[in-house]
Ligand binder design. Structure first.
Ligand code: HEM
Length: 182
């Protein structure tokens, strides 16, 4: 600094037009941030979510199961693995119309899950006795995963097989009876 120049104070520095502009911008941004935190949450009501469906307990033929692909009536989605029908409605983002696994909706998914193909059999009844031990093991793993996550609806009936009458058909959470039988 030259001897005859007045010392430049911090205050002088801060008054430069660029700094003043920056300070104004910072103050404005701080004001916006603080204001956004103080404002009450947006209380626009969310669209009501559909009421949960009643528990369904029923053995079904493949033809009956096919009705539950999520496109009909109350939009329930079922699928079967290893002869067990699961209610996968709460996984609708996977199985619902347009979902990545919609091919399994309303279907016997055993063969597809066992072989790693997102496709289901259109047979009246898919006898999966030709699966390899690895494929059987894979289907079993899926079955266990589904048991953890989804309600059991009932058995997938082979042609000519008679359905079980469930006492708790309709609305209870008790799965013990089906688990005993399956
Ligand atoms: C590139 C291959 C694949 C990728 C990256 C992939 C990825 C995923 C992801 C991220 C999820 C969601 C998991 C969650 O949020 O809980 C999922 C779920 C699922 N995947 Fe895949 N997947 C693939 C292939 C397959 C194949 C080949 C099958 C069957 C043949 C399959 C069957 C399923 C099923 C059934 C679910 C839903 C499980 C449930 O209901 O919780 N995926 N997959």
């Amino acid at each position: 600094m030259a001897e005859n120049e007045a010392p430049v104070s911090l205050w002088d520095e801060m008054q430069s037009p660029v700094n003043v502009t920056l300070l104004v911008i910072i103050a404005y941004l701080l004001y916006k941030i603080i204001k956004s935190h103080m404002e009450p949450e947006d209380d626009t009501p969310l669209p009501p979510s559909p009421p949960p469906l009643l528990r369904l307990r029923k053995d079904m033929t493949v033809a009956e199961l096919n009705q539950y692909d999520g496109t009909k009536g109350e939009g329930r989605v079922l699928l079967a693995v290893n002869g067990i029908i699961f209610d996968v409605t709460k996984g609708k983002r996977f199985y619902g119309p347009g979902g990545p696994y919609a091919a399994f909706a309303g279907k016997d998914a055993t063969r597809g899950l066992a072989t790693g193909q997102v496709a289901a059999s259109d047979k009246e009844y898919d006898d999966v006795s030709d699966l390899t031990p690895e494929e059987v093991a894979s289907a079993k793993e899926w079955e266990e995963q589904f048991k953890e996550k989804y309600d059991i609806v009932g058995k997938l009936l082979k042609p000519g097989e008679t359905p079980t009458e469930y006492d708790d058909a309709g609305d209870t959470e008790d799965e013990s009876e089906t688990k005993k039988e399956l």
